[in-house]
Design a binder for this molecule. Structure first.
Ligand code: UDX
Length: 447
């Protein structure tokens, strides 16, 4: 008989995981405490922008023509406990207010709500990004609370998906990491992931702490790579060198590689910034804070990029923002996402507005979220509308739509043809040929 899987917490991670588990052929029940979210998902819709996810829901939730009917949703923990052989915990772990540490309250609440209903042998699998040591603590709590006792086991299986590529990353991950304490737990997870493993995805079996740490280490490494190249951009600016050429030359060294080596306005989002901070906080609790002091520098290089962009924009506006109009292209923290959490684009836009400029923002997908979070900014319905009368245009999220812009057309509506490329990705020759002054981060000024 095929395994029955439940997914607890149907936010970004959980909704994707649930849909992908159904795609792999399992009967899936997703749970969320928010009935509105459940209703949206059950209707085959998603409350965020993620390519391919809505299509997968429609393919599997009942009531759509030709759907498999394998994916259902509920708000009842009792139903979930009765249904599932394997329960995935996918609740989020945001940064605590006013501190670096991760807020574990959603993961704790999910386990505390599920465990008292577990009356038959089961595997509870944590996927959330948690401080190392959490799995150990949760395993003790699970055994205490579950009526079935030790037959309700815990495993840890961190998630590495990227927004914008969530479905592909879940169905075809680079690797699967499972922290387990028994052969039974490992066997169950091998069954869950039989398809990707058969396709050659490495399956790495570890203890709890190592599994938790792989996630923290991976995100720290990625953040470090970005801040490294951004630090090089700072040096390039002072030395008159070109960070784009530097990065390309580095990328040919296979030990370094070219991915995550794009200099610009830096990283944002709901993961990298908060995860490196939570990792530092946890290392401090463990007495290993010295090992991670470099992450403080990674964080501050990253934040410095935003201030640098504001400074460059001020220069381009003739030394002050008062009475100046600034167009901001991009609001999402990265392209192919409507997520604006800790978005460098909106942070820069807000700083500039605060300093007296009139800022008009356009993003292909993140406008609704941006309006809710930053109601004080002005929003435009197109790049052209945003650029109307602008003294400088800032390119801060590298959507394809912005790469495809015709600088000659945009040039007809601006007050000054000045573009600042905060992602180092626009075709500078094309912009210059259309009479624009093109300036990027970490590259020499060519007039
Ligand atoms: C990240 C990790 O990649 C993923 O494995 C983990 O599970 C969650 O955190 P995500 O937050 O979706 O995923 O975004 P990612 O694609 O990693 O980009 C993070 C930020 O770094 C974005 O703001 C992006 O614009 C920026 N970035 C990325 C750069 O500034 N330069 C680069 O070279 C790459």
């Amino acid at each position: 008989m095929t395994l029955r899987i439940t997914v607890i917490g149907t936010g970004y991670l959980g909704a994707t995981h649930a849909a992908c588990m159904a795609e792999l052929g399992f009967e899936v029940l997703g749970l969320d405490i928010d009935p509105e979210k459940i209703a949206t998902l059950a209707a085959g819709k998603i409350p965020m922008y993620e390519p391919g996810l809505a299509e997968l829901l429609v393919k599997h939730v009942p009531g759509h023509p030709g759907s498999s009917g394998r994916l259902r949703f509920t708000t009842s923990y009792e139903e979930v406990a009765d249904f599932g052989d394997v329960h995935f915990l996918c609740t989020n772990t945001p940064q605590k207010k006013g501190e670096f540490a991760a807020d574990m309250s959603y993961v704790d609440a999910a386990l505390d709500s599920l465990a008292p209903h577990l009356k038959r042998p089961t595997l509870v699998v944590g996927k959330s990004t948690v401080p190392v040591g959490s799995a150990n603590r949760l395993a003790v709590r699970l055994a205490e609370l579950a009526p079935v006792g030790a037959a309700a086991e815990l495993a840890w299986n961190p998630e590495f998906l990227r927004e914008g590529f969530a479905v592909g990353d879940t169905l075809h991950p680079d690797r699967l990491v499972v922290g387990v304490r028994s052969e039974r737990a490992e066997a169950l997870l091998r069954e869950v992931y039989a398809t990707p493993v058969a396709e050659g995805v490495p399956f790495v079996v570890t203890d709890f702490a190592t599994a938790e740490l792989v996630k923290a280490a991976a995100n720290s490494f990625l953040a470090t790579k970005i801040s490294f190249i951004n630090a090089m951009a700072e040096v390039c600016e002072s030395a008159g060198a070109d960070v784009v050429q530097l990065s390309k030359a580095l990328s040919f060294d296979e030990r370094i590689g070219g991915k995550f080596l794009n200099a610009g306005v830096g990283f944002g989002g709901g993961c990298l910034p908060k995860d490196i901070r939570a990792f530092m906080a946890r290392a401090g609790e463990l007495g290993a804070d010295q090992a991670l002091t470099f992450l403080r520098e990674v964080d501050s290089i990253n934040m410095r990029r935003r201030s640098r962009m504001v400074e460059l924009a001020r220069e381009q506006c003739g030394g002050g923002f008062l009475g100046r109009r600034v167009a901001v292209l991009g609001a999402a923290f990265k392209p192919n996402s409507d997520d604006i959490r800790d978005s460098p684009a909106l942070n820069v836009a807000a700083q500039i507005q605060l300093q007296g400029a009139q800022v008009s923002v356009y993003d292909p997908k993140a406008m609704d979220n941006a309006r809710k979070m930053f109601p004080g900014l002005t929003y435009a319905d197109s790049p052209l509308e945003a650029a109307e009368g602008a003294h400088v245009v800032l390119h801060l999220t590298e959507w394809q739509e912005f790469r495809d812009l015709d600088p000659a057309v945009l040039g007809t509506v601006v007050a000054e043809r000045r573009i600042l490329d905060g992602r180092n990705i626009l075709d500078d020759a094309k912009w210059r040929a259309a009479g624009w002054s093109y300036r990027a981060m970490g590259r020499p000024t060519v007039e």
